[in-house]
Structures are given as C-alpha cells and as structure tokens.
Ligand binder design. Structure first.
Ligand code: CA
Length: 227
C-alpha cells in the first residue's frame, strides 16, 4: 500500500514516515503543496495524508484541485480544533480528518479504516485471508500461520508473503519484488530481496514438510505447491 504524506513540518513528517513504514506501508513524503498536488495527481497512491496549512498551495486548495480528477482517499490533518476547518475539509472532499496533536496509533487506525473502505469497494472480490496448502495469511488481522502454527513476520516479510500469495504460481523477478515490496529499484548487486526471502523461508518453509517458496534459477521466485 502506498501512502503520500504532504506535511511541511519536517520532524512530524519524518516521525510519521518512519512509523507508517514500520507498519508496512510505502510512504512518499513531500513538504509543500505544489509538489504534493503534482504527486497526488499522478494517482499512484492508495491514500493521501494531507496537512491543512502548507507552503505553496494550502491543503484545502490542493484537495479541491485533486478532487476534480481523483478520488484517492484523503486523511486531513488540521492544526486547529475549529469546527469550520473540519467542515471545510469534509466539504472539500476529505474522507476523514485528525486534529493535531494526535497519537500515532490513532492515525494508524484511521489509515487502516480508510484503506479497507476503499479497497473493500474497489476489490470487492479480494479475499481478506490468502492461503496456499496449510499456509494462511490474514490481511486484516495481519497474522500468518502454517499448519495452525503462528508465524511472526516483520512488516516487509508480511508484504513479501502477501505478494507471493496473491500471485501464486507466477515467477516473480527480484526487480519486480523490490519494486512491489520496497517501492524502489535496486542495483543488481543489492541482495536485500535475497536476504528477506531467506528470512521468510526460515520462518514459513524450513520447519515444515513441503517447501512452498521456490527459487527459479536465473529468473526469480515462485510460490506454489509441488508434489
Ligand atoms: Ca503545516
């Protein structure tokens, strides 16, 4: 899931970027309204977190411009507790708002609700639990298990496993995995993907009868049940 954070307070945006990153989201941060609007209009994000007071273009103007073409869910951050600000934000097309200062856990909860709401509507067919053989991944409770045994995963391992399960039977290249899970392109000598896959395997394959995650030499990796 990709989140665009438009917030000019550097400390706050860094704190949120880190926290949301640890929660498993890919976060792009911009510090002014002009760049923010530009990136939001590209439409490659699942959610926008938008500060109301921004240099360049303020959050409300940005939202008005965005809503002309995009329905990306927007969570507004407002500095004041003024009712007019909240009403204005919601009328402009914000899906939810949070008044500063807020607890990170509250932000995270709002983000989850918004993403679930829009993705629930958009991909009504997508199951909330993915699985293969005796392996299960619950996307909402964010829990993994194999043969009924709980598997503790990091945020990146969770994303990695979700990617493999969504596309089981397909060979995924390292480059594609890097783009999907880390949202970046790696140099060919970087072994971040390999290291993460090795760790994931140790957790969900090594101690079980049948391996499910396979290496396809020179091509990448595939998750499938082999007899
Ligand atoms: Ca601000």
């Amino acid at each position: 899931m990709k989140i665009l954070l438009i917030e000019d307070e550097v400390k706050l945006s860094e704190y949120l970027r880190k926290g949301l990153g640890e929660a498993g989201y890919n976060v792009n941060v911009v510090h002014n309204g002009v760049d923010g609007l530009h990136m939001a209009l590209e439409g490659s994000h699942d959610l926008v977190i938008l500060d109301g007071m921004l240099p360049g273009i303020d959050g409300f103007t940005l939202l008005t411009a965005l809503r002309k073409t995009r329905q990306t869910p927007v969570l507004m951050l407002t500095a004041r507790v003024s009712v007019e600000d909240r009403v204005r934000g919601l009328q402009t097309g914000a899906d939810d708002y949070l008044v500063k200062p807020f607890a990170f856990s509250e932000l995270c909860a709002r983000v989850q609700v918004l993403l679930r709401r829009t993705h629930g509507a958009r991909d009504a067919g997508e199951p909330t639990v993915l699985g293969l053989a005796d392996l299960e991944l619950d996307l909402i409770r964010r829990k993994a298990s194999r043969a009924g045994q709980h598997i503790e995963l990091t945020a990146k391992e969770f994303l990695l496993l979700a990617l493999f399960l969504r596309r089981k039977g397909e060979v995924l290249s390292r480059t594609e995995i890097a783009e999907q899970v880390w949202d970046m392109n790696f140099d060919s000598d970087t072994n971040v993907v390999e290291v993460a896959i090795r760790r994931l395997r140790t957790k969900m394959d090594v101690n079980f009868d049948k391996p499910l995650l396979h290496t396809v030499r020179g091509m990448g990796y595939v998750m499938e049940e082999r007899s």
